[in-house]
Design a protein around this ligand. Structure first.
Ligand SMILES: NC(=O)c1ccc[n+]([C@@H]2O[C@H](COP(=O)([O-])OP(=O)(O)OC[C@H]3O[C@@H](n4cnc5c(N)ncnc54)[C@H](O)[C@@H]3O)[C@@H](O)[C@H]2O)c1
Ligand SMILES: CC(C)[C@H](C(=O)O)[C@@H](O)C(=O)O
Ligand SMILES: [Mg+2]
Length: 356
């Protein structure tokens, strides 16, 4: 089982090191190879996604990814910015289905900014379409406007685009995921304004007819953003497009106590996957040894489950995470009085020790 390990920038290296440590302790035949990605790859090779890194990722059974980005690269031409590496990997590997489970562990109920009763027992799954939408739609660019409110002024434009097959395949993913859970799908769009969203909704309804055992409802994205903090437990599977999913999943992360707790899996049609925490490179805390590695460790568990067919090992990791939380270990982002504040490395060590 070959894993491409791409730590990236900022806290990426710190959190991936802990996940690798946990994977190494499982006594599985895992072959891990590390490569540069993001800003560090740009610095070393002049490109955020060097050919050799892409090749390694393509040939691996799975990719374990940290995070990319730093404010110091913000002035680079877009194609050289670190974020192009993760977008390029998603596109090149065809990773259209992004799973972002938001689970509130019992011990972290107090860490969220929401009232405990709203999030206790929360277990929702956000499925985000990952290779379409305004992220990848062409044309895009900057030009001098010839029409609009200010002809002659500089303007910028992006294209929000979805095709029927792109929506169909993510719809099937969502309905099939719901069949294994509480059999409810909420499709989130903005069909009151956008053509792409109207097609999204129409296709969701059509595909939904093939899954009569799953209840489908629809919600406008602005309302969904509100409902996620009003009554998050009403959701089971939430399926949405690339841009709305990006925003709603960061919002949902706070339901779990911290963005440092939200793992993710990005899969293609042959279950090859990229596994990364939902958060970024956190330049504000990078190098301080205080980042929460649990989202990355939980992403490694998802990797074992989805791409490597190692369900028992995935469960071992998840149980170990539960155990360290029960033991009271907390990184700064989830710390509360009466618990024990630990560093990134100490949290990784605790998970290692808790592996049954
Ligand atoms: N997939 C990715 O690689 C990815 C995802 C999101 C953002 N980014 C990039 O990361 C950089 C920073 O972006 P941002 O600040 O908007 O988002 P971010 O997710 O990096 O950080 C947001 C806030 O959450 C905190 N945080 C994030 N992860 C944490 C963890 N594991 N433990 C404790 N606290 C954590 C940070 O300290 C920060 O205060 C940008 O360059 C952005 O493009 C990359
Ligand atoms: C870094 C960025 C391109 C990325 C996205 O917008 O998809 C990130 O925010 C995420 O959620 O994985
Ligand atoms: Mg995001």
């Amino acid at each position: 089982m070959k894993i491409a390990v791409l730590p990236g920038d900022g806290i990426g290296t710190e959190i991936v090191a802990e996940a690798v440590k946990v994977l190494n302790a499982l006594a599985l035949p895992l072959e891990m190879e590390t490569a540069l990605v993001g800003g560090v790859a740009y610095d070393a090779h002049g490109h955020p996604l060097p050919e050799a890194t892409l090749k390694l990722a393509k040939e691996a059974d799975a990719v374990l990814f940290g995070a990319v980005g730093d404010w110091k690269y913000d002035k680079l031409e877009r194609q050289f910015r670190p974020e192009q590496a993760i977008l390029g990997l998603r596109k090149n590997l065809g990773l259209f289905a992004n799973f972002r489970p938001a689970i509130c562990y019992e011990q972290l109920v107090g860490a969220s900014s929401l009232k405990p009763e709203l999030i206790a027992g929360l277990d929702i799954l956000i499925i985000r379409e990952l290779t379409g939408d305004i992220y990848f739609g062409q044309p895009r660019g900057r030009r001098i406007a010839t029409d609009g409110h200010f002809p002659g002024a500089e303007e910028a434009f992006d294209t929000m685009r979805y095709s029927r097959p792109e929506i169909e395949r993510i719809a099937h993913v969502a309905f099939q995921a719901a069949q294994k859970r509480n059999k409810r799908v909420t499709s989130v769009d903005k069909n009151n304004v956008l053509e792409t969203s109207q097609l999204w909704k129409d296709v969701m309804v059509e595909v939904g007819q093939q899954y009569p055992d799953v209840e489908l409802d629809h919600m406008l994205v602005d309302n969904a953003a509100m409902q996620l903090v009003k009554a998050p437990k009403k959701f089971d599977v939430l399926v949405t497009g690339n841009m709305f999913g990006d925003i709603l999943s960061d919002e949902a992360s706070m339901l779990t106590g911290s963005i440092g707790m939200l793992p993710s899996a990005s899969l293609n049609s042959s279950n090859q996957g990229l596994y990364e925490p939902s958060h970024g490179s956190a330049p504000d805390i990078a190098g301080k040894g205080i980042a929460n590695p649990l989202a990355t460790i939980l992403s490694a568990a998802m990797m074992l489950r989805f791409s490597l067919n190692q369900e028992a090992a995935a469960q071992r990791i998840e149980a170990a995470v539960q155990k360290v939380l029960a033991q009271g270990y907390r990184t700064a982002d989830i710390y509360s009085e009466g618990t024990q504040r630990v560093s990134t490395k100490e949290m990784g060590d605790a998970v290692l020790k808790a592996l049954a």
